[in-house]
Design a protein. Structure first.
Length: 141
């Protein structure tokens, strides 16, 4: 039976939380960007509707609509760039977190294996003591 080291278990849990934390930060950034984009879109649409209500002819309506389309495309491009930046940084941040987690987990596994080997060696030596100290029919001298 193996002994579970509470300190190592806590460290593994902290490392897992680090990976989740990186993902959470990125999801929060995505959410904030989409929220901002939605708010700007609603505000821009409300302003355009007010302008269209006060328009005094077809030429003015067309000018307002064309300005609306141009500004909407600019906003979409601005937010698309930001979302692209977030998408680009997400794998890097996640891989950093998980690389650290993997490295520390590997170190812990090596340490645990070494400790288990030392315990097994000590136990084998302890169990072989009676045979080493007595005459045994299979022992050749």
């Amino acid at each position: 039976m193996s002994d579970i080291n509470p300190h190592e278990a806590n460290r593994a849990a902290e490392l897992s939380a680090t990976g989740v934390s990186a993902a959470t930060r990125n999801l929060q950034a995505f959410t904030a960007e989409f929220n901002e984009m939605s708010q700007q879109s609603i505000e821009h649409t409300k302003e355009t509707i007010e302008k269209l209500r006060s328009a005094r002819g077809l030429a003015e309506v067309l000018a307002i609509q064309s300005g609306y389309v141009r500004e909407t495309v600019e906003h979409v491009l601005q937010h698309t760039r930001r979302i692209s930046e977030l998408l680009t940084s997400l794998p890097l941040e996640m891989s950093k977190s998980y690389a650290e987690l993997w490295s520390k987990s590997l170190t812990t596994a090596i340490k645990t294996t070494e400790e288990a080997g030392e315990k097994a060696t000590a136990e084998a030596e302890r169990l072989s003591q009676p045979f080493q100290n007595s005459e045994h029919p299979f022992r050749s001298e």
